[in-house]
Structures are given as C-alpha cells and as structure tokens.
Ligand binder design. Structure first.
Ligand code: MG
Length: 230
C-alpha cells in the first residue's frame, strides 16, 4: 500500500521548506495505524511527489524509519542526481527513483551513482514501451529492481504490465483502485482486474486493450477535433 499522506502539508505556504515534528507525525499517523493493524503482512510505501526541500525531507525520513517502508519515493525533486544519492545514503530507508525521470540517461546516472534502491518508470513519460524495456534491462547489472508507475492512463498501466511479464527485473506494478474501478473502465474496452495482488497477463493480441470506440464519436461529450492547416 502506497500513500501520499504529506501532500496537504506541502500545499501550505512554506510547507515544503519546514515540517514541524507534531504536524509531520500527525500526517504520517495513517501509515503507523496500518502498520499497527496488520503488522508486516503488507508493505508500506510513501510518495512525496517531489515536494520537499532537504531539511523537511530528512525529518520525513527520520519518522519513516519506524515504519520500515518498502521504499520512500520522490521526497525530493529529481533535478539533482548527487542530491538524490546523498539522500539515499542518509535517509536510512530504501529509496525509489522515479517516474519523474523521463530520459534514459537520467536513469543511467542515478544507477551509476548508486542513488536508488528501486527504479520507477512511467512507460509513457519515458517515451513508450520499447524505452521502458531498455531502462528496465539497463538496471539489471546494477542489481536494482524496477517498479512501474500508474497514473497516466490505462495504456500506460498495461505497457508496464507487458514489460513486467517479459522481464524478470520488474518487481512491482503500481495500480490505483480509483482508476481501475472508475476511470479506466470508461476509457478502454477491457476491465483490468487485480487478483490476489497481481494483474493476470492479458491474453488478447497487442497491449491487452483498446480505447472504447465511443470516445471517438462526434457525439461523445468530450469529443474535440483539431485540424492542422498549413
Ligand atoms: Mg510517484
């Protein structure tokens, strides 16, 4: 279970610069409650969405050590690979980097610097399923497993699933219940179902789904045509 419990703090004025202990512990209380309720039957992750500056990030890491998370992700922005490496060295919890990287060479740099315990890829943001496969394979000699991002649409999710099926170095595929149960059903002609914590391999040809044809009808509420005139 991944949570992004700190977004409300980050959205306050100055919230990315300083986090008081009291408010930080209150914001992370849901993670502690999950850990207390189910023990170590599940893994817990925190996503910081790249909001925080160094002092706040170090406080987050200090509190998160007691959770024993699978990973923390994007507590810092991903602009500086040396800062990410330093954070991994000092955080005291595993670090995932990051769907915010969109260029293969950025992944090479973070792998070479030893700045990540997990590589997270958004198959659309890096440029497609082939580039996702290349980055996934690039991580193998560094002994760093790959996890796939979900939040940019059902075909991105299914691209991650396909690479995960085809490559032994993919350890997790992210999914978001609200997307699977509501949004994605309205976009593709197949239900993506999670069974016992796994998405079964699609059996049909191609990526495993197609856009719903009615999305491209002129009568669709969101239909919009753009015409290029040279
Ligand atoms: Mg994320």
């Amino acid at each position: 279970m991944k949570m992004w419990a700190l977004d409300p703090l980050a959205h306050r004025p100055g919230g990315t610069l300083h986090l008081g202990w009291k408010e930080l512990k209150a914001a992370l209380a849901p993670l502690f409650k999950v850990r207390e309720r189910v023990g170590y039957d599940i893994e817990i992750m925190l996503d910081g969405h790249g909001f925080f500056q160094w002092p706040a990030a170090m406080r987050i890491a200090e509190v998160m050590r007691d959770i024993r998370p699978l990973w923390m992700e994007d507590v810092l922005r991903t602009d500086n690979m040396d800062a990410l490496k330093k954070f991994r060295d000092e955080a005291g919890v595993p670090i995932a980097v990051s769907e915010m990287l969109t260029v293969r060479d950025d992944y090479r740099q973070i792998l070479e610097k030893g700045g990540a315990d997990y590589i997270m890829i958004d198959p659309t943001w890096v440029g497609g399923i082939s580039e996702t496969r290349r980055i996934t394979e690039m991580a193998i000699p560094y002994n760093i497993p790959v996890t796939m991002h979900d939040c940019t649409g059902p075909l991105t999710l299914l691209a991650g699933v396909q690479v995960g099926i085809a490559n032994h170095n993919v350890v997790f595929q992210e999914s978001v219940r609200a997307h699977l149960r509501v949004a994605y059903k309205q976009l593709i002609d197949t239900d993506i179902v999670v069974e016992n914590g796994a998405i079964p391999a699609p059996l049909r040809p191609g990526i495993g789904a197609a856009w719903r044809p009615e999305l491209f009808s002129e009568n669709a509420p969101s239909y919009r045509a753009t015409v290029w005139k040279s």
